[in-house]
Design a protein. Structure first.
Length: 79
């Protein structure tokens, strides 16, 4: 348990941040999964926007976002 006031505040802050991060990660996973199941241009655009936003807010690494975008683009190109 945190002892100092600033440690208590950091714990509260970290819990709020964790909730937000989990929400973004879950939404991102759902979008990627739907894109893999049924690749369309519209779903690709939605996934790209979500990946860029997640990378911008440091939820995922920018190189991971780029790698996922590349792999999902290949799925659409095959079709």
């Amino acid at each position: 348990m945190p002892i100092t006031k600033q440690a208590e505040k950091k714990l509260r802050h970290d819990r709020k941040r964790t909730i937000g991060t989990k929400r973004v990660q879950t939404a991102l996973r759902k979008l990627v999964k739907s894109m893999r199941n049924k690749p369309t241009q519209k779903s690709l655009t939605l996934v790209f926007a979500a990946l860029d936003k997640a990378a911008k807010t440091h939820v995922i690494h920018k190189n991971k976002a780029a790698r996922m975008k590349s792999r999902l683009s290949k799925l659409l190109a095959k079709k």
